[in-house]
Design a protein around this ligand. Structure first.
Ligand code: CMP
Length: 138
């Protein structure tokens, strides 16, 4: 079934000049970009986006990282989008990510892992709505 996922190219990927290469891989894998913006999360935005992790020891580090520079946020459409996108990006820790995955190719560390992918259809909808108004989705 065609459905949607939400992604962010994180500040490390942008700083390291990987926006174009990562978007190429996303296109080549058959995802259609239905919404996209270049933006920066405030500290408060990052706290809210990652509220589910607020009790984790890495929460402060995660919020500082995700708000330190611009990101690319996008909504992607494809059959089986959530699962297929998570396969394309690879394991959270780039050291454990399979060859050819985006995190294996472009991530720097467990914390600075280049790209976000929603973990469920429900979260994809919540995360997409966090970043985009209906008129920004095509
Ligand atoms: P992601 O799965 O996109 O969303 C949660 C993020 O928290 C994860 O990517 C990592 O960037 C970060 N993260 C997860 N585990 C750790 C950890 N042990 N230390 C630092 N950051 C982490």
């Amino acid at each position: 079934m065609t459905n949607r996922t939400f992604t962010m190219l994180k500040p490390d990927a942008v700083e390291n000049g990987h926006i174009g290469a990562i978007l190429d891989k996303i296109n080549a894998a058959g995802f259609k970009i239905v919404a996209m913006k270049y933006t920066q999360l405030s500290k408060r935005d990052a706290q809210a986006f990652y509220a589910v992790h607020s009790e984790r020891p890495f929460y402060g580090e995660l919020v500082d990282f995700m708000s330190r520079g611009p990101i690319v946020a996008a909504i992607l459409e494809k059959d089986n989008a959530v699962e297929d996108f998570r396969a394309l990006i690879g394991a959270t820790n780039p050291a454990e990510a399979a060859d050819g995955t985006i995190r294996k190719m472009f991530a720097t560390s467990l914390g600075e892992n280049a790209v976000h992918g929603s973990d469920s259809d429900e979260n994809a909808a919540i995360e997409g709505a966090f970043h985009f108004a209906g008129r920004e989705i095509f």
